[in-house]
Design a protein around this ligand. Structure first.
Ligand code: HEC
Length: 449
């Protein structure tokens, strides 16, 4: 299954009409006040980040603060840019675990309060500031071991090619290993903390068997990685657009990180196997289009939650059939749609299973992306909507886990439609690795039966 990453076979299809749901406007409640109506909403939905020491740039945990930000708050909740949560979660497309999606009534309450001139109401002291969401916390479950890794301090340089003009894709062998006990271990969650958030555009963590055969006859994976590393003695790591570098075979991909993602505990009692003797390779994508970041170093931290056993094994897949195709996006258009479709029959047959459970999805495009849709096409169940993004935001890319996993069977097809705004471009946009290229990834976390 994990070998399916980045495989291609294109089909261009159009999608049918999409029910629009965030335009429904319920009646506005009368006389919303801060303490009685708005504060409970902010404490529940905003203050984990918007507090002293939180990840947001300002606090929203007092009347004075909320009042001074009120116009921006109204705008952010009405536009659904805050709380950060891109997939539609009103039940019209998939049911997600712990959605940060506000109800239409809640948005109307906040709007009514702002329109009424932010009345204070009667102060109360029963509202608790929730625990801050802070980098470096949030994976702990009180029983699992957390292991810390880091990429070396590295100063990236632009690749310069058409596929990654302003980008450096660099792979590093991480110090340390997951299998300290010499047997199988399982990764059950991860957190990635970019050292230099202005340039780190993604990280993929890969499990590689150093003694395993690479795609080059007679060479092990370690032979290849060492040779690529030594080819640039003045720079750390090696170039790697495709996974862990040309010819290196990877076993699995336990962590995918993109901007905005916090800690990712895998759902239920699932985890990703790391057999004894494996090494971890991090693929870092540095984007250097902003000249101010050039010459700066990065060292990115990776925290892994590790267990000796799990109930069921999972895999991450990042299929993107746009990447590797000879298609491109026409310039100067308000909307350019790209659709691809595939099944996973071969991968399931190779694993000897007739279905897998899709536990979660990871929509991914670059900066031209504006809308996104992932669907499951099943002969028995028809078309099931798996994820819909109406307002794509490159800076908030999350993994979305389902309330109940979707059963992907032999014959089920996955269809992904990406919609791009190319008005800022005068040339066709090629699929590719650079942030200024585009991707259309149907990322999924699947679990074996
Ligand atoms: C997961 C953390 C998180 C949560 C939850 C969150 N915010 Fe934010 N918010 C941020 C960060 C980080 C920024 C600054 C970067 C950005 O704009 O994306 C921000 C920026 C903002 C801004 C500045 C303008 C804008 O849209 O970027 C407003 C207003 C805002 N948040 C309001 C809210 C409100 C209201 C809620 C709750 C309904 C909320 N936020 C929930 C993290 C969060």
């Amino acid at each position: 299954m994990h070998r399916n990453i980045w495989i291609a076979a294109v089909s261009l299809l159009s999608i049918g009409g999409v029910a629009c749901s965030d335009s429904a406007e319920p009646e506005k409640p009368k006389e919303a006040t801060y303490w009685q109506d708005v504060a409970p909403l902010l404490f529940d939905n905003c203050v984990t980040c918007h507090q002293s020491g939180g990840i947001a740039p300002f606090r929203l945990d007092s009347y004075a603060e909320a009042r001074s930000w009120s116009v921006a708050i109204k705008q952010a909740v009405e536009g659904r840019t805050m709380p950060p949560w891109l997939v539609t979660s009103d039940g019209s497309c998939g049911e997600f675990h712990n959605p940060r999606w506000l109800e239409n009534e809640e948005i109307a309450t906040i709007a009514a309060w702002v329109e009424a001139g932010t009345p204070e109401g009667t102060p109360r002291d029963d509202l608790q500031v929730p625990m801050a969401s802070e980098p470096g916390k949030g994976l702990e479950d009180g029983k699992s071991q957390i292991m810390a890794f880091a990429t070396p301090n590295y100063v990236p340089e632009p690749d310069g090619s058409a596929y990654a003009k302003f980008d450096d894709y660099r792979c590093f062998l991480l110090d340390g290993s997951v299998d300290s006990k010499g047997g199988n271990r399982f990764i059950t969650g991860y957190e990635v903390i970019p050292g230099n958030a202005a340039m780190v555009h993604h990280m993929l963590l890969m499990v590689v068997d150093p003694n395993g055969a690479s795609d080059i006859p007679g060479k092990t994976n370690m032979d290849l990685m060492r040779a690529m590393d030594e080819a640039s003695p003045d720079r750390l790591g090696w170039p790697c657009f495709s996974q862990a570098g040309d010819g290196v075979t990877i076993e699995s991909l336990p962590a995918t990180w993109a901007p905005g993602m916090g800690p990712v505990p895998y759902p239920d009692t699932t985890g990703l196997r790391v057999p004894a003797g494996r090494v971890l390779v991090a693929q870092m994508h540095y984007n250097l289009v902003d000249e101010r970041v050039r010459g700066q170093p990065d060292s990115t931290r990776v925290r892994l939650r590790v267990a000796d056993s799990v109930q069921r094994e999972g895999f991450f897949m990042l299929p993107d059939e746009f990447l590797g195709s000879s298609d491109s996006l026409a310039p100067g258009k308000e909307s350019v749609k790209y659709t691809w479709e595939t099944d996973f029959d071969r991968e399931m047959a190779a694993l000897g299973v007739d279905h897998v459970d899709v536990y979660g999805v990871f929509p991914h495009m670059h900066e031209l992306g504006q809308r996104y849709r992932l669907e499951f096409l099943d002969t028995a169940d028809g078309v099931q909507c798996g994820a819909e993004v109406k307002h794509w935001d490159f800076d908030w890319q999350l993994f979305y886990f389902y309330e109940r996993p979707y059963q992907l069977r032999q014959g089920t097809r996955v269809r992904v439609t990406c919609d791009y705004d190319t008005r800022g471009r005068t040339e066709p946009t090629l699929p590719g690795w650079g942030t200024q290229n585009e991707m259309c990834v149907g990322g999924m976390y699947v679990v074996l039966p």
